[in-house]
Write a protein that binds this ligand. Sequence first.
Ligand code: IMP
Ligand code: MG
Length: 186
Amino acid sequence: MELKDINADLTKILVTQEEIHVRIEEIAREVERDYAGQDLLLIGVLKGAVMVMADFSRALLKHVTMDWMAVSSYGDSTRSSGVVRILKDLDTDIAGKNVLIVEDIIDTGLTLSWLSENLKSRNPASLAIFSLFRKPEMLKVECEVRYVGFDIANEFIVGYGLDYAEEYRNIKGVGVLDPHVYAPKS
Ligand code: IMP
Ligand code: MG
């Protein structure tokens, strides 16, 4: 059986695991200040936000509760379809709660704007978004993200929860995927 290092398909490492942890600690301090004396429910978007949620929730020095949602907008391609489906809904009622959506990446913004509209209709006390990565050039729709980890160029990245065709999520940091991996074969 061929043994291939999962890092071999990366053209470069964009952000190391250490850099991610430093940034997450900074954002955790901001969130603690902004929600001082208030309850906070973190909603992780499966599956990409699993690593962000694990590290961010542990960086917070306040009580939080957590819930998860799974939506699909991408399939196995590298382009957003704009069509969002709920694959797994929340287990809890968010009415009257302070909700912070925890996301891996905002690309076109279609997924998150759809998700925030959906969650707003459930009457939370407040709703904000934390996305670890954001591609500013790609924003197709108005979508207010209160906390952003890193603004990045328009490249397809994988690692730290981010996938291509469900693989590469378990790379420790985040890197740029060599386009030969997903370019159509001629
Ligand atoms: P949007 O609807 O275009 O904002 O897409 C958001 C979703 O697409 C994210 O939650 C990711 O699952 C996926 N996505 C967008 N850009 C990337 C990328 O560079 N690498 C991996 N997944 C991505
Ligand atoms: Mg994905």
